[in-house]
Design a binder for this molecule. Structure first.
Ligand SMILES: [Zn+2]
Length: 137
């Protein structure tokens, strides 16, 4: 893990390690641009805070971004890294759902067969008996 004095520094480093993040608190997806903005706002608030001297930001090897005091075991993770862009992950989920729907057993065919299964006579939609051989469907 690497430490940074500002969240901006941590986000810039983390952006090289992953394809975006989920915000831990809300579970929302956040891209590099939005994360950089969030970091700038956070850094400004930290700067106005007297305790800023004891705040550090850190990045994990996977690109997670956290905040900690001088006591590292109190680290809180803010951004959880994604290995791939959210759009790709969502597209894969959509594909998986479609594949499962196609695999789902379909209801048995209902209604009148196009041709009588007994004599092969062409049938009219809605017929219950073959007009040629008289057998029931
Ligand atoms: Zn028939």
């Amino acid at each position: 893990m690497k430490h940074y004095k500002t969240m901006t520094g941590a986000v810039q480093a983390a952006a090289k390690l992953c394809a975006g993040w989920l915000v831990l608190e809300s579970g929302e997806y956040i891209e590099a641009d939005a994360a950089a903005y969030l970091a700038r706002v956070t850094d400004r608030l930290d700067h106005e805070d007297d305790a800023a001297d004891e705040i550090y930001y850190l990045t994990s090897d996977e690109g997670a971004v956290g905040v900690t005091s001088k006591y590292e075991y109190l680290a809180q993770w803010i951004l959880i890294p994604l290995e791939r862009p959210m759009a790709e992950i969502e597209a894969d989920i959509e594909k998986e759902l479609q594949a499962r729907q196609q695999q789902a057993p379909t209801a048995p065919a209902q209604g009148t067969p196009a041709f009588c299964p007994y004599c092969g006579f062409k049938q009219q939609p809605g017929a219950k008996f073959c007009p040629d051989c008289g057998r029931q469907f």
